[in-house]
Design a protein around this ligand. Sequence first.
Ligand code: IPM
Ligand code: MG
Length: 361
Amino acid sequence: MNKSILVLKGDGIGPEVIDQALKSLKAVCKKFNHRFEYQEALIGGVAIDKFGVPLPEETLELAKKSDAVFLGAVGDWKYDKLDPAIRPEKGLLGIRKGLGLFANLRPVKIFDELVSSSPLKEDLIEGVDIIIIRELTGGIYFGEPKGEGIKDGERTSFNTMIYKESEVRRIAKVAFEVAMKRNKKVCSIDKANVLDVSRFWREIVTDVAKDYPQVELLHMYVDNAAMQLVLRPKQFDVILTSNLFGDILSDEASVLSGSLGLLPSASLSDGKIGMFEPCHGSAPDFKGLDKLNPIATILSAAMMLKYGLDMPEEAKAIENAVDKVLKQGYRTEDIFKKPNEKLVGTSKMGDLIAEKISKDN
Ligand code: IPM
Ligand code: MG
């Protein structure tokens, strides 16, 4: 099959981790006889440096024409002082909105061999298998009005947490559909004891649930959820939540797996285009050090194959290869815990996984 993929390497360690995942994709193409055409474009800080904006129009146009978008990371301290309208993160938010990527899927799975590298007790996390469904194009991230003004005679700043019924319905539907293919449990997380928008969210989610009588629906306040995630993570199957809460809880959930460097994500729209990126940021301090874990990005490539290009078998080939390399004891620094493990750098980890894909049949 021929597919066109837009590669947005971005900032910091983005290019390094993307390069590792491209090795795996190359091995997959060879093995399954596919042809992927890659185009590269700029987003984030590198786009600001060249064009003065974090999301050049050309990048969004290319993304719309491709079969899938594969993204590294955006952001660098050096842009912290810029006008907020042109921060690197605006590029990421812009492309999510521009492509209508309202559904962000963040699976949190524990690799058996990494159970001991989690900071949590082994019996708590063994067998944890959660998927966070985060609403990605609405809520307080995009809500209007927002800004700064003068209130009661002093400088004041504000954002708006806002959801339309259709926005809640469509993301709830995604969560229930995903749950139907898993353990049929949805936990919707909100702050309905305080926020109007959360009470509304809860009402709509409860209504959508009527179409899925086999799925058990539970509601939980976000503060309690933050605690439950580290206290009894096994109780969760599908977590459904809004943009901001999903951002926070997915970083927290990454700790279960032992490292943020292991968590992939898929951002999907109603249409055909999806974007695939690791959950972690650009980690500019680690740029060029060949230290960081490329597995989150490599697994994001697997998600691209599965959800974006309809190639589940090919996705499995990558996931199996990651499993095997970890079983053989190879570890990047973030998950290196025991003296008998083999410490490797970013690039070597990329090579090992790609080689495994080629060798296995
Ligand atoms: C994420 C990131 C982004 C977000 C930032 C980089 C804008 O933290 O994907 O979780 O807040 O959504
Ligand atoms: Mg985040």
